[in-house]
Design a binder for this molecule. Structure first.
Ligand SMILES: Cc1ncc(COP(=O)(O)O)c(C=O)c1O
Length: 490
């Protein structure tokens, strides 16, 4: 049942689906118009997210994202326990979303993590596996007296020295000479990206990113006030001609890219492309951040060494993580770069968290030497899941198109009709969480793509594809977002 305040709000929002862009952004725009026209005066309380989602017939995640965008731009305020209300006009940002700060894509991610509904959806939107057995075996055997070897107060903002050594050794094995002093341990690769953003970027700076790209990087750079310049990704990674042009014309402050198993396309840069990218970095003297978070997840042959291997000028900064191969819960990532940069990033890290958990770092140190064994097992499991997912999709939704990746965690699928955001909402109503392509686009592109993470257990994949097929049928029957709008208002 829709309450009277929701009904009145639906009238005020009018044909909100008539705006362009993903659902949350259309909804955000409609709210902004209503606030600007004083249809929603200062102090008006907005319905709770769940009630609003029900009234609009969209997922709660869509409403969460819209409210967050409004909050980020200053149009509304909220406080836990008191709800959300329209802010005073003086506090309202003048920029209309999406020209203003983009709502954090992690809003959706966060909502999914917090989902405590009795029947949570099958989650194909999260690029994360359950923890590797080694984590728990080592965790059980850890004697905390091991920690006596660390500084007694337990703070080590640059990282636990034996772990820095272990990470440096892994770069040496990958043909990138590295000293422990050139490694900063971070709380996951996400913090590595955020620290780099905090160090390099001022409001208004430009950052070149791949399109599509990792949404957490979009969030970190947007939060730092940067303008993002998208460069397309082909089979061979970032398009070199467009990258060269962007470097020349936009004078970016930073370039962020994923040379190996690019998230979400799975693209791997060839040796030759790496050589050329490194040359561009050396010539331009712009810092290039290579995010190798997914690089260990190869199903077959070894991918080429990291970009840093090909650079002569030290302008390539590498980011890595234990999240994908081992476990995201250990929250261990790192930055590899010149020692002077590591020291400065360490200062940012002190301001952020004073240092990562010593317990996690000791555990990480114990596990990293098992790399080959864990890599082989996880790769085998992922390949089996991907094989099954491809077979099921070909059977049940033969019109979808994708290119099989050679590693990583995601299938980047082109759907052949309608808007992917609307389809993702439909899929959620059918019990599967997926990522619409535009969430991964710095330029609001890829409305015809979705990302499917093949991380769910094989026993669930059949049900997942069954639900996706039913959602696809409903989506096509609805004829895309316009028809859904009618459905929404009934
Ligand atoms: C490309 C990429 N970079 C960074 C991260 C964040 O990883 P972490 O869990 O180490 O913070 C992810 C997580 O999905 C990712 O896909």
């Amino acid at each position: 049942m829709i309450g009277s305040s929701e009904r009145r709000l639906l009238q005020i929002l009018g044909d909100w689906m008539g705006h362009d862009g993903p659902l949350y952004s259309r909804l955000t725009q409609a709210f902004v118009t209503a606030i600007e026209n004083a249809d929603l005066p200062t102090g008006t309380r907005l319905p709770a997210e769940r009630a609003m989602a029900q009234a609009l017939g969209v997922s709660r995640a869509t409403v969460t994202q819209a409210y967050e965008a409004l909050r980020d731009a200053g149009w509304v305020q909220s406080r836990q326990g008191s709800g959300t209300w329209v802010g005073s006009a003086s506090q309202a940002g003048r920029s209309v979303v999406p020209a203003g700060p983009r709502p954090l894509s992690s809003g959706t991610f966060f909502t999914r993590l917090m989902d405590s509904s009795p029947r949570p959806p099958i989650n194909m939107s999260m690029a994360a596996l359950p923890g590797a057995d080694e984590i728990f075996a080592e965790g059980n055997s850890i004697d905390l007296s091991d920690l006596l070897g660390v500084p007694s107060h337990g703070y080590a903002p640059l990282g636990y020295q034996p772990l820095r050594q272990e990470i440096a050794r892994s770069y040496v094995r990958a043909e990138v000479p590295t000293l422990p002093e050139e490694v900063l341990v971070t709380t996951g690769a996400q913090q590595a990206i955020s620290l780099l953003a905090g160090h390099y970027l001022q409001r208004g700076d430009t950052v070149v990113v791949e399109s599509p790209t990792y949404s957490g990087a979009i969030d970190a750079f947007s939060r730092a006030g940067a303008r993002l310049i998208p460069v397309p990704v082909g089979n061979d990674g970032i398009r070199l001609d467009v990258l060269a042009e962007a470097l020349a014309s936009a004078k970016p402050r930073l370039v962020y890219l994923m040379p190996t198993f690019q998230n979400p396309t799975g693209a791997v840069m060839s040796e030759e492309a790496r050589r050329q990218v490194a040359r561009l970095a050396d010539q331009s003297q712009v810092p290039f951040v290579e995010d190798n978070t997914l690089a260990d997840l190869s199903f077959g042959s070894h991918p080429p060494p990291p970009l840093a291997h090909y650079s002569r000028g030290g302008t390539i900064i590498s980011v890595g993580s234990m999240s994908k191969l081992y476990w995201a819960g250990i929250r261990i990532g790192w930055v590899r770069g010149p020692e002077s940069l590591i020291t400065r990033l360490g200062q940012h890290k002190v301001a952020a968290d004073l240092g990562s958990s010593m317990v996690s770092q000791v555990l990480a140190c114990r596990i990293l030497p098992n790399h080959e064994q864990v890599q082989a097992r996880q790769a085998k499991m992922l390949r089996t899941r991907l094989d099954l997912l491809e077979t099921l999709l070909r059977e049940r939704i033969p019109e979808w198109r994708w290119q099989r990746p050679e590693g990583g965690l995601s299938l980047w699928v082109r759907i052949t009709s309608g808007d992917a955001h609307a389809f993702a909402d439909q899929a959620l109503r059918h019990g599967v969480a997926i990522t619409p392509g535009s969430d991964l686009a710095p330029d609001d592109a890829f409305h015809d793509h979705i990302r499917l993470n093949y991380v769910v257990d094989e026993s669930l994949l059949e049900a997942a594809v069954e639900r996706l097929a039913a959602a696809w049928q409903a989506h096509r029957a609805a004829g895309g977002p316009q028809r859904e709008a009618v459905e929404v208002k009934v």
